[in-house]
Design a protein around this ligand. Structure first.
Ligand SMILES: [Zn+2]
Length: 235
């Protein structure tokens, strides 16, 4: 019997001591009303929209780009393929050749999910980032509809490469091609191998370049893809 849960939460927990991008302020969660005093609990959350699991919309790097409230949720929902890069050393460049190994598994319109193991890495600055050629291959050659991953950015911070943090080349390639980016996914090590159904719903913040999101994997595709005549033979 398949004991894999049908819904796997891929979102980071939001706390005041959560891991955030180097130099970014952590969220604050403040109770405006408390049971002991007002007999009810009401909380206020203050958060940079790029803290924790979140979506980058084209507006993030393009002054006239689409904002998060205008994104089609179809782009953040659908069949996904996990690219296992967990054998790369922390801080490595994700090259096109690492992605091309999965060429036959990545279909047009897929959501590609990069698993690097960053959430386990003790050094917050040592995340793997996407080479420009890799971003171009995914967005232009493969026609993926969304790029997601456990990394906090698809571009390096200054210390990692001779690339200015103000240029964000891989963000530009993806977002210019209309490919939203989901960053800081958690629990990717819990995903069964193969394809899965991915859902990510960013908060509907009008005019924002990004938003915190709840992302989940649904382990239903392996059942949906059972060859005809074999339905019901498992589970
Ligand atoms: Zn972001």
């Amino acid at each position: 019997m398949d004991t894999t849960p049908s819904v796997i939460d891929l979102s980071m927990a939001i706390t005041e001591d959560m891991r955030v991008y180097p130099g970014m302020a952590v969220p604050s969660v403040h109770q405006l009303k408390r049971h002991e005093i007002q007999g009810i609990q009401v909380s206020k959350l203050e958060i940079i929209v790029h803290a924790g699991t979140h979506v980058d919309a084209p507006r993030h790097v393009l002054a006239d780009g689409q904002t998060i409230d205008r994104l089609d949720l179809d782009q953040l929902t659908g069949e996904a393929v996990l690219i296992d890069l967990s054998s790369l050393a922390p801080g490595s460049v994700i090259e096109q050749r690492h992605l091309v190994e999965y060429d036959s598994h990545i279909h047009r319109g897929d959501i590609v999910v990069l698993y690097t193991g960053y959430q386990r890495c003790p050094d917050v600055e040592k995340y793997c980032y996407l080479a420009v050629e890799g971003a171009r291959w995914l967005a232009e050659d493969k026609g993926v509809k969304c790029l997601a991953g456990d990394i906090p950015s698809v571009d390096p911070i200054n210390k990692q490469a001779n690339v200015s943090s103000t240029t964000h080349p891989s963000h530009h390639i993806l977002l210019n091609a209309g490919v939203p980016i989901v960053e800081c996914l958690a629990n990717l090590d819990q995903l069964p191998p193969g394809r899965f159904f991915f859902c990510c719903f960013p908060l509907n913040i009008v005019g924002s370049e990004g938003a915190p999101a709840r992302a989940v994997a649904m382990n239903c595709l392996s059942r949906l893809n059972v060859p005809a005549g074999m339905e019901g033979s498992s589970s």
